[in-house]
Design a protein around this ligand. Structure first.
Ligand code: NA7
Length: 545
């Protein structure tokens, strides 16, 4: 290894998904040499790995697109309101080809270790395949939901049938026809795949720990009203998204629930239910729906009513109805025929709150009460979110030999979700502490990438070689995050937002809840005030704070 010559670049990027691809494009245009290291054998990130039946985006695709190049926007037309995984993967491949990005991507290459070398002021990366990398700046574009949780149930190795993970679905060769299938988990991946699997399988048994709120997607062509707004004034539409709360161009709702009559509330709700739009129903009903438990309960009760209307068996309907968390505090899902699937004769719901899984055996799954013989087990059990993929590069060693895992032992601490004190020239795209998963990822990714690349180019032009967040700025951001977390209801649910889904993980709300637009103005203000909270150094310039 030592004898192999390291590849020298200005900036190394980990990941060739939505964020990594745009980074490559921007870095090149800024005149920085770059390489992306990607574990998969093609581009796509999330959309490469999550190939389970029914996988779709649940932000409307006209909003879940790159906006940096108007020509790209008109060169590609989405076929549906919510694109399928294969279509999004084709889009990302199209983008990679259009900007000739593949030549700077090393596929099938994992970063094993990353170390800051103080003497040369460069990061040294060890890779699983091919030469090591030496770079001035090191950027994690590893996504928020890319480290699947390992199975947490005894006996998986004893199972003699087929085992699949939604987050690592094989590219081909899965045939569920005529088989007895178990799905464990009812988050977005479970809720999207369950109706499709039920149609193929001889019998489907769903093992549900916590019921989730799901809303009908009403998929079809892109809605004429939204498309009209976009095509009417594309630049204005995109700009509104950038300054919105969630990265989708909706206004801030101002009327509160108690200013509306019950009939008015129901009318708004019915309109939202018919729209089939997650951001709409999460933000456009009344102003207090996401910030106050009473305002929230009014929405949650209306959704619960809908579940009871669809599911014929009252006991199954009750088991499917969430009561443990406010609506929106856990990521709600968009579905196509999810609740109706439980009316099918070949579908069984097992409520793990009443009969927890004891073990997986050679031929099935055993709970406290019963045994279920199955041919296939599908784990839709989620991810070690937000920090999992960053900590998977192990160790990341910063200044003074400190590892990121140690620094984050009590939970992730960041400045802006973009950088970490003690780790010079290290950046994360949609890291913990950024709005990321509480926003339209496409909009957050572009904002993060633009900000980081513009800063790197400006620093280079001014003769600086290192940039590092100060401990004080990082502590301040932590405090601001904590303050903002008190304004929303996300802290009140045990979710992957808080780390509660991974046994032993430190608990705490990881995404920034202050909103996309406010976050953008903070980032801009930091630049306007001379890189407030960062220390910059360079051979020809005295340290500046
Ligand atoms: P999620 O949303 O984390 O869902 C995982 C599901 O699996 C959820 O229902 C979990 O129940 C369940 N789960 C997790 N571990 C277990 C064990 N050990 N036993 C039984 N059930 C378990 O992941 P998804 O992949 O569906 O979606 C991730 C995000 O992707 C989604 O939010 C969108 O943003 C896109 P729990 O609720 O923890 O009780």
């Amino acid at each position: 290894e030592e004898t192999r010559k390291a590849q020298q670049v200005d900036v190394a990027v980990v990941g060739a998904g939505f964020a990594g691809l745009y980074l490559l494009h921007r870095l090149r245009r800024a005149g920085l040499t770059t390489v992306a290291l990607e574990e998969a054998d093609d581009v796509g990130g999330t959309w490469y790995w999550n190939r389970y039946p029914g996988a779709r985006c649940d932000i409307q695709t006209i909003d879940y697109s790159y906006t940096f190049d108007p020509d790209l926007e008109t060169a590609w037309t989405w076929s549906e309101k919510y694109a399928t995984q294969p279509e999004i993967l084709r889009y990302l491949g199209f983008v990679a080809d259009r900007y000739d990005l593949r030549r700077d991507i090393r596929f099938k290459t994992k970063v094993m270790e990353a170390k800051w070398d103080e003497a040369t002021e460069r990061w040294q990366l060890t890779t699983s395949n091919g030469p090591a990398v030496s770079c001035r700046h090191y950027i994690m574009a590893t996504g928020c939901l890319s480290a699947p949780k390992p199975p947490e149930i005894d006996g998986v190795k004893d199972f003699e049938g087929e085992v699949y993970f939604t987050g690592r679905w094989p590219h081909e060769g899965v045939d569920l026809a005529g088989k007895r299938v178990a799905v464990i988990g009812t988050g977005s991946s479970g809720i999207q795949s369950i109706p499709m699997i039920a149609e193929q399988a001889a019998h489907l048994t769903v093992f549900q720990r916590t019921p989730n709120f799901a809303l009908p997607a009403h998929n079809g062509p892109a809605p004429a009203d939204r498309l009209g707004l976009l095509q009417g004034d594309r630049a204005a539409y995109r700009e509104q998204a950038r300054w919105s709360m969630a990265g989708v161009p909706y206004p801030q709702q101002t009327s509160v629930s108690w200013q509306l009559s019950e009939a008015e509330r129901r009318e708004r709700f019915d309109k939202a239910w018919a729209a089939g739009d997650l951001v709409h129903i999460l933000s456009q009903l009344w102003a207090d729906q996401g910030v106050d438990l009473d305002g929230n309960r009014l929405v949650a009760d209306l959704i619960r009513e809908k579940i009871r209307e669809v599911v014929k068996d009252p006991e199954i309907a009750a088991a499917l109805t969430p009561h443990d968390h406010p609506f929106g505090a856990k990521r709600p899902c968009l579905d196509t025929n999810y609740y109706a699937t439980y009316n099918r004769p070949n579908v069984t719901l097992v409520n793990l709150r009443q009969e927890p899984i004891k073990a997986i055996t050679a031929n099935g799954i055993t709970t406290d009460k019963r045994s279920f013989e199955v041919d296939v087990i599908v784990f839709a059990t989620g991810f070690d979110a937000m920090t999992g993929a960053i900590r998977a590069v192990h160790p990341i060693t910063g200044r003074g030999g400190k590892s990121l895992s140690d620094v984050w032992a009590d939970g992730p601490q960041t400045y802006l979700g973009l950088t970490v004190a003690g780790f010079p020239n290290f950046f994360m795209i949609t890291g913990p502490g950024s709005p990321s998963v509480l926003s339209n990822m496409a909009v957050s990714i572009e904002q993060h990438v633009d900000w980081v690349v513009e800063r790197l180019a400006a620093l280079r032009d001014a003769g600086f070689t290192t940039i590092e967040a100060t401990e004080t700025a990082q502590a301040g951001w932590g405090q601001h995050m904590a303050d903002c977390s008190m304004l929303t209801l996300h802290r009140l649910a045990n979710t992957w937002y808080t780390g509660a889904n991974v046994p032993g993980k430190v608990q705490g709300l990881m995404p920034y809840t202050g909103g996309v637009g406010p976050y953008r103005s903070i980032c801009d203000e930091i630049v306007a005030r001379g890189m407030l909270g960062f220390e910059l150094t360079g051979p020809n310039v005295a340290a500046q704070r």
